[in-house]
Design a protein around this ligand. Structure first.
Ligand code: ZN
Ligand code: ZN
Length: 125
């Protein structure tokens, strides 16, 4: 599959038993399905898949109007409802999600911290 954001191509990478993502060999953007994303959120250290240069990811964050590498339909830019500084692209057809390099780690880590905060709050009550 071709990367929707640069000249690179998406190469399948696996982590653990259940996680397979497509990662760009150019910009290191990640493309995955929501169910895989949920697995990655739970899996300790899965952010190792997101090894790209954050600066490259940031510079590509402004690239909009991309097409899904799988379905070739226009993807929608969505801001994470909780972390509005994180923008990712979502495919309306296959629900595939594209993260720029560094965005997944940001997303996962903050989510993890949010959960810790919730646990802490729960204890305090
Ligand atoms: Zn790329
Ligand atoms: Zn798609």
């Amino acid at each position: 599959m071709d990367c929707p954001k640069c000249e690179g191509s998406l190469v399948n990478k696996t982590y653990g038993r259940k996680i397979t993502v497509a990662r760009c060999d150019g910009c290191s953007g990640l493309f995955c399905k929501p169910e895989v994303l949920m697995e990655m959120k739970e899996e300790w250290m899965s952010e190792i898949l997101d090894m790209g240069d954050r600066k490259v990811g940031k510079s590509l964050d402004s690239v909009r109007d991309i097409q899904c590498p799988e379905c070739a339909v226009a993807m929608n830019a969505e801001a994470d409802p909780k972390q509005t500084h994180i923008w990712y692209e979502e495919c309306p057809q296959c629900n595939g999600i594209f993260f720029d390099a560094g965005e997944f780690t940001d997303w996962k880590y903050d989510t993890f911290m949010d959960r810790l905060r919730d646990i802490f709050k729960g204890r305090a009550n």
